[in-house]
Design a binder for this molecule. Structure first.
Ligand SMILES: Nc1nc2c(ncn2[C@@H]2O[C@H](COP(=O)(O)OP(=O)(O)OP(=O)(O)O)[C@@H](O)[C@H]2O)c(=O)[nH]1
Ligand SMILES: [Mg+2]
Length: 445
């Protein structure tokens, strides 16, 4: 799977050679190739556009240090963005707080719903749950039989009612589950076309009736971005909580996998990787991103080189802090580094002793654009010596940065606090002191 996307990306990144810094110009060609590779893989146009912009923003300006090649650095950037695109956080299945957990499974015809229901019941059993499979597809003659066969393989009961409609079956299944102590109810629905209003109404009714904890949209990975548009239509009716990508073992180009998270805004929770009942995996964006890039060795190399670079930068920074020379200009530069490299938390993590101390502190990186704007409106002198910023200057800075005087005051106060904190940290046991230190409010979420 993803083979053509993979080889295209590899080609694109090989073209970047021997430059010391990544610039708009030298990344241009690779970017063009990446864009085409993605569009050819049937990734949604808007998704590609944003993806390319993000890669550019992150990569341009990066210095190629150590033994690295620029292409290798870009591989890392592309990898990180791929992971982000598919959902950086792993998303576990949700369970009801009390009563049975109801999981409604919906999707287009032949996408793999029934197979997934079977697989999910196996997965849940392994987790110590007592699942119940509910056959609410009465339209295809063999559908109920198919689920029964899967139930037998999984050793999980299958509930259905002869000659009843799906709404009835769904509501009756609740009583059955209660009676037989089944704690997860997996409802398999008939495949439907979104244009089929009657069928969409039916599944919507079932959803209202059952009020499921999870409504999973099963999506055939081979159908590309079409599937994504359908997912959107289902989401409008059913309030999806997650996506299941099936047939990832097949010859997929990657379109659905790469677009769905962004377009639907719901996490991919599982992937189907075969026809057998145990061919189900939790979704790991990192794994798929590495598979797409197929360059695990390069990633390791870049990570190693980057950590060396980070150490050097951190040492410089630490020196400044120790000498109490850390001013607003340094702060601004660090903000740029943060934007390029990750988060403030990561940055603070570079300072020896801070990593463990910062582990539980929440920091909102978005709040920093404002901070940046304010510092941009200061003169060089003001940045290196914030003490001179009096009332008049504060007014001017506020006006110039489109913020209020209160904002400027707050920033200066926070900076002062931060300096104090840094001074304190360079003396003795940082970690224990940090634990008692309250982050300035603007830095907390
Ligand atoms: N290779 C592969 N085949 C799959 C996977 N999941 C499902 N299939 C196959 O896809 C076909 C359709 O699967 P079903 O589970 O019947 O799909 P469905 O969505 O229930 O279909 P309808 O009920 O007719 O709408 C079957 O032949 C499955 O074996 C998968 O992850 N990998
Ligand atoms: Mg089915």
């Amino acid at each position: 799977m993803f083979e053509s996307l993979q080889s295209r990306l590899e080609q694109a990144l090989k073209k970047m050679r021997g430059q010391a810094k990544i610039t708009e110009e030298n990344i241009e060609e690779a970017i063009k190739e990446i864009r085409t590779a993605f569009l050819d893989a049937d990734v949604n146009f808007a998704v590609v556009k944003k993806f390319i912009e993000d890669i550019k923003a992150k990569a341009v300006g990066m210095e190629v240090k150590g033994n690295l090649l620029p292409g290798q650095l870009v591989v890392k950037v592309v990898y990180d963005e791929l992971v982000e695109l598919m959902g950086a956080q792993k998303s576990e299945l949700l369970y009801a707080r009390s009563g049975p957990t109801i999981i409604l499974v919906a999707g287009l015809q032949g996408s793999g719903k029934t197979t997934f229901c079977g697989k999910l019941s196996v997965y849940l059993k392994k987790k110590g749950r007592q699942p119940l499979l509910v056959a609410a597809d009465i339209y295809r003659p063999a559908a109920i039989e198919q689920l029964k066969v899967l139930g037998q393989q999984a050793n999980v009961p299958v509930f259905t009612v002869e000659n009843a409609n799906p709404r009835q079956i769904a509501s009756d299944s609740l009583q059955y589950a209660r009676k037989y102590n089944r704690d997860v109810i997996i409802v398999d629905t008939a495949g439907r076309l979104t244009i089929d209003e009657e069928m969409m109404n039916e599944v919507e009714d079932i959803s209202k009736l059952l009020n499921p904890v999870e409504t999973l949209f099963v999506c055939d990975a081979m159908t590309g971005q079409d599937a994504v548009n359908t997912a959107k239509a289902f989401h409008e009716r059913l309030n999806l909580t997650g996506v299941v990508l099936t047939k990832l073992d097949g010859d997929t180009r990657g379109g659905a996998a790469l677009s769905i998270r962004t377009v639907v805004g719901k996490p991919i929770k599982f992937v189907g990787i075969g026809e057998k009942i145990d061919a189900l995996e939790l979704f790991h964006p990192e794994r798929i991103a590495s598979r797409i890039l197929g360059m695990g060795d390069i990633l390791t190399l870049v990570e190693k080189a980057q950590s060396e670079i980070d150490e050097k930068e951190a040492a410089k920074l630490e020196e400044k802090i120790r000498k109490n020379e850390f001013n607003l200009q340094d702060f601004l530069e660090q903000l740029k580094v943060i934007k390029r490299m990750g988060s403030l938390k990561d940055l603070l993590g570079m300072i020896p002793g801070m990593d463990s101390a910062m582990r539980n502190v929440q920091i909102d990186d978005k709040a920093f654009s404002k901070v940046e704007a304010i510092i941009f409106s200061m003169t060089k002198e003001e940045r290196s010596n914030p003490k001179i910023i009096n009332g008049g200057r504060r007014r001017r800075i506020a006006l110039g940065s489109g913020s209020s005087i209160q904002d400027v005051n707050r920033l200066l106060k926070q900076f002062e606090d931060m300096q104090k904190m840094m001074k304190m940290m360079t003396k003795g046991n940082m970690a224990s002191k940090m634990r008692n230190f309250k982050m300035p409010t603007g830095f907390r979420r």
